[in-house]
Design a protein. Structure first.
Length: 85
């Protein structure tokens, strides 16, 4: 399994950004980082994918509940689209 380095952006602004190595197709790892079901957001500059908690607004995660809401991913695989250059 290919591993990628995820940049974890916590919802709690008091928590620092961090990097974690996860499998590029390890859905449970992505879900664990965001605290539930994932929703993908495609970024173009830089070219990457960002994963957030699909129910984040409903769960008020964006209001600083301490769970990760963003996991940008530049690696290859089913969840990360990787570089297209």
């Amino acid at each position: 399994m290919t591993e990628i380095t995820a940049i974890v952006i916590p919802a709690d602004i008091e928590q620092p950004l961090r990097q974690e190595r996860i499998g590029s197709v390890d859905l449970p790892a992505y879900q664990a980082l965001v605290g539930g079901s994932i929703q993908a957001i495609e970024l173009f500059r830089p070219e990457a994918s960002m994963y957030i908690n699909e129910e984040g607004k409903l769960l008020q995660i964006l209001n600083g509940q301490g769970l990760a809401t963003g996991v940008p991913d530049r690696g290859p695989g089913r969840f990360g689209r990787g570089s297209r250059r």
